[in-house]
Design a protein. Sequence first.
Length: 374
Amino acid sequence: MSDDTPPEPDRIEGAPHPRETQRLFGHDAAEATFLEAFNAGRLHHAWLISGPRGIGKATLAWRIARFLLATPEAEDGGLFGDALPAPETLDVPSDHPVARRVLAGSDPGLFHIRRAVNEKTGRLRDQIVADNVRELNRFLGLSAADGGRRVVLIDVADEMNVQAANALLKMLEEPPARTTFLLVSHQPDRLLPTIRSRCRDLRLMPLSPQDMQAALAQAGIDAGEEAAALAELSGGSAGEAVRLHTLEGLKTYAELLDIFASLPRLDRSRAVKLSEISAARGAEEKRDMLFFLLDLFLMRLARTGVLAQAPQPVLSAEPEVLGRLSATPYQARAWADCAQEISARVQHGQAVNLDPAALVLDTVFKLQKTAASF
């Protein structure tokens, strides 16, 4: 991507954009649900595609968009008025004119809403604003003129501010003919209840290790034996797995596990090394990854103590460490409280620009203090 190309807020670094992704793995049930409604002539005007971040929601939305724009409706009939066979898949060949136009961002039947660049500051907005949604009026006016099918894709709908959400709600209350709205959502509870009530929900579930491996291979990543570990750490999210792979998340997780294995006697040399790496120039993303993985490990500790059973291991040494440090519900509660306190400290430290190395060391000392309290 050149410096002159606007940033794409819906693209995961290191992976193809969802509009460039042809295949979708692990979500056959959701595709079948949509196809059933389409073939039965009960296509809802708005679909809420929800699930964890990076799980394939946007890829499904783009597949549906291509399918709707490329597939004639049953009542349109064939070339000689014959009934068209019911489609059995959302697949659209990559050389199909619609697929080419969608890939180029030039299909006149598709309107894509996402966070845009603020023209005054030149920076990407942190919300979808009302003007982005109101631009729909001209698009929908054109659809009324030519009578063709139209698709509106919003990624992600959670990022609409109040004004944008209200503008969209008016359109959902009186949906234009032959128009389908596709709303991608990580957290549906953040949407207006009135928006959710006007959508049919397609809830996507986490990917299995096998589907994860296939999804990563499509993104150009050969996960090999790491596929199962990436699936577990990412919560079945292909997008998160790509981020973990790109930022060497498994290596960082192994370093964290070594530190926890030394508790309550802290391996200070490992702690100092970890803090120095996190403080290096340009290490912001890796530092964010470190705190993400730390929070995840603390959650796994708490879960182990509550259930008296360790979760599916990421690394072979993990069950022993989890079982030793969180053998009782009391210990589980202590680690949960520790996670909450560390999260607050990290947020405060980042807000006041605390030295990153000091922030990491402070976090590790808190872990040692908690382990020593048992």
